[in-house]
Design a binder for this molecule. Structure first.
Ligand code: F6P
Length: 321
């Protein structure tokens, strides 16, 4: 019997992964147990039997039908032992963990305690090693870009510049993608030092060239997030040409309907997780590299993060001329 949980920040496409795990496992003659509310639920022990029909109609919904949580207790040895005891008592013989960095570190800890675990790379931050792209990031980018498109029109109408803060924790991937796709004037990310005076000059030059509005995409993890950058401009008496507004997109980026790409990715990763488990693999993360499904030992990725392709920063700046 295969147990599945979703953990950490929810990500659009998690439901497609759950559906794929349930249907692929059942097709191979295995029952599936759904663990509500991530690792917190794993320690509580009230698991649900998931049949083919219990995953009907979940594909197009955002979030996760199982619920998610961040658990402090699970980080303790006692918490993990409680979780393992519950899994054994419920008759589970393997666990699929759908989640990001912290969740996969937890999965690795369980595997080190001797329980078969496979991870599915899922986070809107796309900061996990072992995969080119994580489940949920495509939807998050599209939501951010739609917001930027909308801000472009009102910015242009009022001759304003917007500082648009996007999520991503300590990773600038989402910001870079949103900046390029949204045609932003500038972007600030955690991985590269931001010079506020350069952003000021960029906006002023855009204004002088006759651009009616300006967009600066700011990663939440950057030293100068939207609040800090706005405060710097104010303290410096920055001459931007534009009136300044800030907006933080926040959890909107994690909500709503998953894109087709995330539904397909969730379906592929879910089916592959079951396939590798039944093949006898354990302690691996299922991801996608160069378009192909792949596995990476959890020990190689746990507690580490990936740096985005920084050439995208130069591209964003070059195209904003
Ligand atoms: O890891 C996903 C993420 O959305 C990050 O981008 C963000 O920093 C964090 O989770 C927010 O966490 P919470 O939902 O717990 O506020």
């Amino acid at each position: 019997m295969i147990a599945i949980l979703t953990s950490g920040g929810d990500a659009p496409g998690m439901n497609a992964a759950i559906r794929a795990v349930v249907r692929s496992a059942q097709d191979a003659g295995h029952h599936v147990l759904g663990v509500p509310n991530g690792y917190a639920g794993l320690m509580e022990g009230n698991y649900l039997h998931l049949g083919q029909r219990s995953v009907d109609g979940i594909m197009y919904r955002g979030g996760t039908m199982l619920g998610s949580a961040r658990s402090v207790e699970f980080k303790t040895k006692a918490g993990r032992q409680k979780a393992l005891a519950n899994l054994h008592a419920a008759g589970a013989t393997a666990l699929v963990v759908v989640g990001g960095n912290g969740s996969q570190t937890g999965a690795y800890a369980l595997e080190q305690m001797g329980f078969p675990v496979v991870g599915i790379a899922s986070t809107i931050d796309n900061d996990l090693l072992g995969t080119d792209v994580t489940l949920g990031v495509d939807t998050a980018i599209n939501i951010a870009v739609e917001a930027i498109d909308r801000l472009q029109t009102t910015a242009g109408s009022h001759r304003r510049a917007f500082l648009v803060e996007v999520m991503g924790r300590d990773c600038g991937y989402l910001a870079l993608q949103a900046a390029i796709a949204g045609g932003a004037e500038a972007v600030a990310i955690p991985e590269v030092e931001t010079h506020p005076e350069r952003i000021e000059a960029t906006l002023r030059q855009a204004h002088e060239r006759g651009r009616r509005g300006g967009i600066v995409v700011v990663a939440e993890g950057a030293k100068y997030n939207a609040e800090a950058l706005a405060a710097w401009f104010k303290a410096d008496g920055a001459q931007l040409g534009y009136e300044l507004r800030t907006i933080t997109l926040g959890h909107v980026q994690r909500g709503g309907t998953p894109t087709a790409a995330d539904r397909v990715l969730g379906s592929r990763l879910g089916a592959e997780a079951v396939r590798v488990l039944l093949e006898g693999q354990s302690g691996v993360l299922v991801g996608i590299q160069s378009g192909s499904l792949c596995t990476t030992p959890l020990g190689d990725i746990a507690g580490k993060t990936k740096t985005p392709d920084l050439s995208l920063l130069a591209l964003a700046e070059a195209l904003a001329l």
